[in-house]
Design a protein. Structure first.
Length: 96
């Protein structure tokens, strides 16, 4: 069963460009994963510090593997000084 996920990540003021660069690196590596069906990054038009990932994973096992990848650990380390709180993660079911 596919896993639909939305992740909302916020950068601290003045660090949106640096966060965007890190997220684009994360996107490039994540899209290479076998279980990745969709991995899209959006940036809020009004608040440039807000980034939203829309993801679809093949299975929970694929998502778990994703979360254990070196590029995830690298993002966590590299973004520590510019991230504004923990990412908000929402697993969702498509309604329509």
């Amino acid at each position: 069963m596919n896993i639909n996920l939305t992740a909302i990540i916020k950068s601290t003021d003045g660090n949106d460009a640096a966060m965007k660069a890190l997220l684009l690196q994360l996107l490039a590596e994540s899209r290479k994963e076998n279980a990745c069906i969709q991995y899209d990054l959006h940036q809020d038009q009004e608040n440039k510090n807000v980034f939203i990932f829309h993801e679809i994973w093949e299975s929970q096992a694929g998502l778990d593997l994703h979360n254990s990848q070196p590029h995830i650990a690298r993002f966590v380390a590299d973004s520590a000084s510019i991230i504004d709180g923990p990412a908000a993660i929402h697993k969702t079911e498509k309604v329509a």
